[in-house]
Design a protein around this ligand. Sequence first.
Ligand SMILES: NC(=O)c1ccc[n+]([C@@H]2O[C@H](COP(=O)([O-])OP(=O)(O)OC[C@H]3O[C@@H](n4cnc5c(N)ncnc54)[C@H](OP(=O)(O)O)[C@@H]3O)[C@@H](O)[C@H]2O)c1
Length: 350
Amino acid sequence: MRAVGVSAFAGPAKFEHLILPIPTITGGDDILVRVKSASVGSPDILRAAGTLRILETIKLPVTIGSDFAGTIAAVGSAVTAFRPGDRVFGFTVNGGGAAEYLLLKPHRMLCLAKLPDEISFKDAAYFPSTSITIIQALDAAEAAISGGLKGKTVFIPAGLSATGSLALQLLKPIYGVGKVITTVSTAKVPRIVELLGEGKVDQIIDYTTQNVMKEIGPQTVDFMLDTCNSSMKYIQIMKPGTGIIYTLTGKKGTDLREDFPDAPWLVAKLLDVVNAVQTWRASRWGVVYNPVFIKMNVSNLQSVGEWARSGRVKAIIGDSADLADLERVKALATVVEKKNGLGKYIITIE
Ligand SMILES: NC(=O)c1ccc[n+]([C@@H]2O[C@H](COP(=O)([O-])OP(=O)(O)OC[C@H]3O[C@@H](n4cnc5c(N)ncnc54)[C@H](OP(=O)(O)O)[C@@H]3O)[C@@H](O)[C@H]2O)c1
């Protein structure tokens, strides 16, 4: 079968077509997916480059594509939740979705759900990791903030990032947030309304030309979901005493060891030290600071599937390319690597 990845650790410029054997079911819990689309995310870039070897053993060749959508091709004898022909979408931390077939073996960083008929395979690949991340972060904020998020002021920078673009779509319709504030660079300012629709965001700040702190105002924000390592830069906008920041760009050492049991003790300790310093710095402003730790949760996929089916959220896709078009696939992956893209970047597989 055809796949895209690397046979020696490398960045997107050296991504190549791989010809691999079609995987077969060997265990009772195995699920074989005929993949129709996959998205390229930062973990794919880091795994292909070999950077994640600091946390786990990575075998070559590496096939990219952690978010995927397709149909069930075959299942092991113990699988009852899925049948051949079912439309599905999901996330697997090991990648492998940018291929004609993906063999899934149960592990704690795998999440798979049925895909409603109304959602295209291409759109579906936008949702898995973004929805798991964002729904869990917003649900946690809902529980942690006195009175929940309803009516509150929420700031999410990088509004057209993969994660930000989903979060902004959920804040008002699903969580009843009062005021939504975001930042983007100049060219993306008009694209917020164009892509997300009217009424989702109250204040759009061009972080490249405007003073974000001044535009938002000091001590006015109840909750910040930090998507781009900006927690301390903007700490003064948070309400002292009640403000909460969750960050997607940090991880606790204990959480790291849960996801990557072989991660070196020293790396986990370093993360803990960084978090302790950030937590202390935030506490000096009377603000709670916490890295978000994502757990695989099928109900998050089912929720986003229902919201997408009913038109409450939509896939934000920066660009897409067919698996056969290697040069375009490399170009998409390069955008993801540079972190200046828009939504998700999708590989379709005919
Ligand atoms: N904790 C978890 O489980 C989890 C899950 C998913 C993702 N993450 C992490 O969350 C972060 C966001 O992921 P993502 O996939 O959403 O990122 P992404 O799509 O790659 O982010 C790219 C976007 O960020 C914007 N951006 C970059 N720097 C910015 C800044 N200083 N201010 C405002 N916007 C900025 C870029 O806009 P411009 O081009 O306009 O600058 C671009 O739109 C990453 O660090 C990722 O590793 C964590």
